[in-house]
Design a binder for this molecule. Structure first.
Ligand code: F3S
Length: 390
């Protein structure tokens, strides 16, 4: 791989152990995927920071980078960890409090922004064509598809290495020629009323190339966020071309095939019916809620009169606790459980429920696989209505 003089100095260790290690990692991965050079990034988003996922090995790795002098050279945000920062949640277990705080302290001392959220684009919306190094598959696919930014789907160590060097390897979606939509995906009008989480899971699992989504532009951004996150969960997608949404000049089209998604395709992805004997947890906030979605949930909880059976969990960035204090207080007073800076997928449940009812295909996918829970996907309003409407 071609390196500039400055990059060679970074790799040689002239600026310390951590930067040299980070450069070595980027160059090795870049060489493995055939990258010819490194490219500067404007924003790194570091995922893989939840102690319940990365354990002691991950904690030690992050601490080593901190002690070895690693510091953010570019704007860097942090994904959710495994503890509820508000301490109010009755559902999320804070058993790894000390270990998670050790990870967070190392990251914050390295200069990373303590947003603890999977919606980094809320804090710094990327520009079309801007190079990023983001972990967190839901954020990556959102950045590429909605903002027209250029990022691969990175693991936590690569995003961290990019943060402290300011570079990533130029390959994959950093190259315009690789951002080519090849399969057009249309929705049967009957399917449009189906939960977008299930539609996303279907696309993720059944479409192998970059999909071109036709007729999706009237979906709200909250639904698109859930759709894209679900696609990235069940498949390896990092971009979808959404006609009328994805900025022009950040992709090209060579359509070879077209598929229609029909109602019958989605039943298996939605999950089994909920029985009246089941204890049900409604869950909204995967990916974390944007403020306009938080307001929508508040209005729905008000409309249906508060939580009356099972539970309703929402997950949001910690900052909302103070920024949207009135909404948070209102929701809590209506029986909603609020966890900040985390989510049930990357943490541990304190309470067991028979079924998790969620609008998120990503949450359903991982809660089934990792936590072995029964899940069902419903539109957001149906989730609120189920736990509040009786
Ligand atoms: Fe975010 Fe957790 Fe979902 S990190 S995308 S809320 S799995």
């Amino acid at each position: 791989m071609y390196l500039t003089r400055e990059q060679e100095r970074l790799l040689r260790g002239d600026y310390g152990w951590a930067i040299a290690k980070a450069m070595e990692l980027l160059v090795r991965v870049g060489d493995a995927v055939g990258a010819g050079e490194l490219v500067e990034v404007k924003h790194a988003h570091v995922s893989g920071v939840s102690y319940s996922n990365i354990g002691k090995y991950g904690l030690d790795l992050i601490t080593d980078f901190y002690r070895g002098g690693g510091r953010a050279r570019v704007y860097t945000t942090i994904n959710p960890g495994c503890i509820d920062y508000s301490g109010f949640s009755r559902i999320i277990d804070n058993r790894y409090y000390m270990e998670q705080r050790a990870i967070d302290n190392a990251l914050v001392n390295m200069g990373f922004k303590p947003v603890f959220t999977c919606i980094p684009y809320y804090y710094r919306p990327p520009l079309p064509g801007e190079h990023l190094a983001w972990g967190e598959s839901s954020a990556v696919i959102y950045a590429n598809s909605i903002h027209g930014a250029y990022t691969n789907r990175e693991g936590g160590p690569i995003a961290l290495a990019s943060s402290i060097t300011g570079y990533t390897y130029k390959a994959g979606l950093h190259i315009l020629d690789n951002r080519v939509g090849r399969i057009r995906v249309r929705l049967d009008p009957m399917v449009e009323k189906y939960p977008v989480g299930a539609i996303g899971l279907w696309i993720g699992e059944n479409i192998r190339e970059i999909p071109v989504l036709s007729g999706f532009k009237n979906m709200g951004f909250g639904d698109l966020k859930v759709l894209l996150a679900s696609m990235a969960a069940s498949g390896s997608h990092a971009i979808a071309i959404i006609e009328g949404v994805t900025p022009r000049k950040t992709f090209s089209l060579e359509i070879r095939d077209e598929v229609f998604i029909e109602r019958g395709d989605l039943e298996d992805y939605i999950g089994p019916d909920v029985s009246s004997r089941d204890s049900v947890l409604g869950y909204i906030g995967c990916p974390h809620l944007h403020p306009f979605e938080l307001l929508r949930v508040k209005n729905l909880v008000g409309k249906y009169g508060g939580v009356k059976r099972g539970g309703l969990l929402i997950t949001i960035p910690p900052e909302y606790l103070t920024k949207f204090h009135d909404i948070v207080f209102y929701l809590k007073s209506r029986g909603v459980d609020i966890a900040t800076g985390t989510c049930p997928v990357v943490s541990v449940f304190k309470q067991r429920y028979d079924v998790v009812l969620t609008n998120s295909g990503k949450a359903a996918f991982y809660l089934r696989r990792i936590h072995g829970l029964k899940t069902r996907i419903s539109p957001l309003e149906e989730v609120v209505k189920y736990v509040c409407g009786h």
